[in-house]
Design a protein around this ligand. Structure first.
Ligand SMILES: [Zn+2]
Ligand SMILES: [Zn+2]
Ligand SMILES: [Zn+2]
Length: 170
């Protein structure tokens, strides 16, 4: 993955807490998502699964183009549309999380299956997940105050990551 901000993010400190323990499980979840969609297990798809497993281990967030460029470097035959469609399918199957960056654009991340939220660095766009959350009761109460029945929520916290702080916020 080529651009500066991404390589900048490859600190072991920022590796997803669910990384290695869940990586086998992650591969299975990715494969199942494709299987459920009755897609053939073609070579480009195999490559995609392997690349996503690698990204699950590193906890790195990526854009459609980042992933496409990487796969293309390894095998020139994969089309952007295939990568794009696969990402959309994996988001629907909840294998990938779509994370909104502070500038309104977004990246994807292979996260663990359990409930979590994201911290996003506004300088380098790295993504870290965390488990803290409000109680279901609290969400119900917030909803009730405004006449809502609460079904779901997303929470993204923006800030400066430890690496960016160390390098003087640049
Ligand atoms: Zn996530
Ligand atoms: Zn950062
Ligand atoms: Zn939550």
């Amino acid at each position: 993955m080529k651009n500066e901000s991404r390589s900048h993010c490859r600190s072991p400190r920022q590796v997803c807490a669910e990384g290695d323990n869940d990586s086998l499980d992650t591969v299975r979840r990715i494969e199942n998502a494709f299987f459920d969609l009755s897609r053939p297990n073609t070579a480009p798809r195999r490559m995609l699964v392997e690349k996503l497993a690698e990204l699950a281990r590193s906890g790195e967030a990526f854009s459609t183009d980042d992933l496409w460029q990487d796969l293309r470097a390894a095998n020139g035959r994969i089309g952007r549309a295939t990568v794009y469609r696969s990402i959309e399918q994996l988001v629907e199957s909840k294998v990938l999380d779509r994370v909104e960056l502070s500038d309104g654009s977004h990246k994807y991340r292979v996260c663990g299956g359990s409930h979590h939220h994201h911290l996003v660095c506004t300088l380098c766009n790295c993504v870290v997940d965390f488990r803290e959350c409000l109680s279901a009761q609290k969400f119900e109460e917030i909803g009730r105050q405004h006449g809502f029945t609460v079904n779901d929520h997303k929470l993204t916290v923006y800030g400066t990551c430890s690496r960016c702080l160390k390098s003087g916020g640049k």
